[in-house]
Design a protein around this ligand. Structure first.
Ligand code: 8YV
Length: 323
């Protein structure tokens, strides 16, 4: 039996590679010397795309146009801002992502980033390793989470898992989002600058994409003020990086903890010069356990297509209406 064709945009973890190869003829987009010519050749047979922001390839409208029989784009990751969603929706292509399985891991990472940024744990350990403790004495006293209040930008699944952890830490929480959530008791701000003015620690968990581009701008950072700490675990695109670097340099905010950047992995080198920035290499979901669960869901969605069944986790913009 001839296997349906799948376009893979970049090398994926072995679990996904094996899963795809069992059921599909896999076309390796990233290995093609001339990607346009490659897509013109294989595109007409392609019914599935397997991708993720990890591959660094955007799945664009013209790409989809060269795959007229495309039915499903299975995305590795809960965020699918590397896919042109309106184009998929218009073409009747279902996008699937990997929600839920990474929620707790991403929230753990967020708390790790908050604590590392506020309490300077990384720099304190370096102090010890570099021999300063014995020679010069204790590491300096740090800021604290004890006298802080946190604003969460985007109270979705991951935002709520972060909030649950912060509640256990005894930290007051408020949130900003497009709408007030009836089932949520935390104070709601309809205006982001007002939230930034009302708290001293902002955790950004909102999805990326055109709607949230540069949402965290100079006005928000100004409102956060000189005690302010910005934590970003969503997407680099959500933060105006030039404004953030300027604010960190001028110390108009205190510090930032960043897990995501524009142009990953080649982040703006100015970040490396800042002693008040804590920088993680996009660790959000990056444990063996969680990445395997995500990989399995990527494969399960593709297998649902092969079996003629509804996909497990279609994104809201492209609901399943039949293959
Ligand atoms: C992914 C993420 O692992 O799920 C997401 O949207 O940002 C990460 O947890 C990442 O997309 C892979 O690079």
């Amino acid at each position: 039996m001839v296997k349906p064709a799948l376009l893979m945009t970049g090398e994926m973890m072995p679990l996904i590679m094996r899963g795809c190869e069992v059921a599909f003829t896999v076309h390796r987009y990233w290995e093609a010397a001339d990607r346009d010519a490659f897509l013109k050749e294989v595109g007409p047979s392609v019914q599935a795309i397997c991708t993720g922001s990890i591959t660094g390839v955007k799945t664009t409208d013209p790409m989809m146009g060269l795959c007229p029989n495309l039915k499903i784009i299975s995305n590795f990751g809960v965020g699918y801002d590397s896919i042109e969603v309106p184009a998929a929706s218009r073409r009747g292509v279902v996008i699937t992502n990997t929600p839920d399985v990474l929620t707790e891991e991403a929230a753990d990472t967020a708390l790790g980033l908050v604590l590392t940024t506020v309490r300077e744990f990384y720099r304190a350990e370096k102090w010890l390793r570099d021999g300063h403790w014995a020679k010069e004495g204790d590491y300096r006293l740090t800021p604290s989470l004890r006298d802080r209040s946190v604003g969460i930008v985007g109270l979705g699944r991951i935002g709520k898992a972060i909030a649950r952890r912060l509640e256990a830490f005894g930290v007051p929480i408020s949130y900003y989002g497009r709408n007030r959530q009836a089932s949520v008791g935390y104070p709601y701000y309809a205006d982001l600058v007002s939230l930034a003015r009302g708290v001293d620690t902002l955790i950004v968990v909102t999805p990326g994409g055109p709607e949230t581009q540069n949402l965290i701008n100079a006005a928000v950072l100004n409102a956060l003020g000189p005690r302010g700490i910005l934590i970003n675990i969503s997407r680099g695109s959500v933060v105006d990086e030039a404004a953030l670097i300027a604010a960190l340099k001028a110390r108009t905010i205190l510090a930032a903890g960043l897990d995501v950047f524009q142009n990953e992995p080649r982040l703006n080198p100015a970040f490396l010069e800042l002693d008040n920035a804590t920088l993680f290499p996009h660790l959000g979901s990056a444990s063996q356990f969680t990445r395997e669960a995500m990989g399995q869901l990527v494969v399960d969605n593709l297998m649902a297509f092969i079996a003629g069944k509804p996909p497990k986790t279609p994104v809201p913009e492209t609901p399943f209406k039949g293959w």
